[in-house]
Write a protein of this length. Sequence first.
Length: 388
Amino acid sequence: MTLRRPAGVLLAAVLLSFAVPAGAVDNYANAQFRPLHSAECIYPWQGRLIKQFDLFDGQNYPPDQTFYVVRHMGEPGSAELLGEIANPVTWDVGIYSGLSFPAHLRRYYQRGYRNDPVNGASAFQLACRSAGFLINTFQFNHSSGRVECPGFPDCLGGPQSTVFRAFGTPQPVFRTPSSELTLQVYAKLPWAHWNSNPAVGQMYLYAYLQDRTTGSLLAWLVGIYDSRPWGVGNGTAFVAHDNITSFVSSPLSNTLSNGSPNPYATKSPYSAQAHNLYQYSGEKFFRAHLKQSQLLTILADVNVNRANRGDPLVSENPLDWELHTVGVAAEVGWPNGDASTEISMGGSWRYFEAYEAYEVPQNGSRALPLHGPEVGTALEGPASLERP
C-alpha cells in the first residue's frame, strides 16, 4: 500500500558501529507498554470512512486522527470506483465479516456501491473501535489490474481497506536499548472463498517509519493472514520497493517457511500465529514486535536494495527512525499480475493499537529513556486488554 513518497536526499550510510547498541525485551511478562496509538471511537458520519485518496494532500492525511479508507474497488475512472462507499448497505454484512448490527442501524454503519445481499457485493463497516470488510472481486470490474494514486502514476497495490493513523509529529519509539515497536489487533476472518483461478487475499499490520535525517519513509509489514498455503508465495522475509516507498514484509511467525528465524519481526508469546488458507472460527489476538536488532538488519538490507536501485541511502541508526503512520489492512493481489483471478474475503478488526514495549530491569534500576517521556504501564496478554 502507499501513503507518501519518501523525500530522500543523498546521504552516506551510517556505519552500524555508530548505532546505539540494540537490546530487546527478554521477558514480555515484565515489559512496560507506552501507548503510541490507542483505538479511537469513530463513525462514518464523522467523515472517518473515506474512499481512495480523499483528504490526502499529496503528501499526508490529516494528522493525529484515525481513518478507515477503502481503495481500488473498481476500474480507474469507473462509476463503481468513484462510488465504492457512496451508498448505505442494509443487509447483514456480518455474515461474512463477523461484525453485525441490528437491522435498523445497518444503514448508518455500513457503506458500499451496491446494496446487494444476493451476490454479496463488497461492503465496509465502521462502528466506534471496530471495522469490518467484505472484499468480493467477483462483483466489481478489475479487468485491467490497474490502480491510480494521485501524483504517483507508477504506484502499486490492490483492492484494499485499512484502518490507520498518521502522526502530525513523528513519534520516537526506540528510546531505551530494549525499546520495541509493538502493533496489535483482535481480528476475525469468517469468510474466504475462491474458485480454481484464485487471487491472493491478505491481512497485515503495518507501520511507516521516517528517517529524521533524510525524511525518507520505510514501511514495515507483518502478515497475519494469507490465502495461499504456508510457504507458497508467503512465509518469507523480503525487501522491496513499490515505486514510492521502500518496504519490508514478513509473516507474524518467529520462524519462516524454510525453518529459519524471522529476521524482521517477532511474534509475541501472547499472540496467535499468522493464519493461512481458509477462514478461521472466532476471534484471534495478533501482536507483533519490531526489535532494534531486527531494525538494524532491515536497514542494512534496505540500503542494499536502495543502492541497487540507485536511490539515496538511509540512516542505519535506530535513533534516527520515528513512527510516522500505523495501520491494519486487508488487501487483494493479482498473482503474476493476472487480474482475471478472483477472491471473496470477509473479516473485521477491533482495538487496533500501537505501543512502545520496553523492559524494566529486575535489579531495581530503570533503563533511562534515550529521548522522549518515560511513561509506561504493564500490559500482558490479551486477557488484560478485553474491552466491552
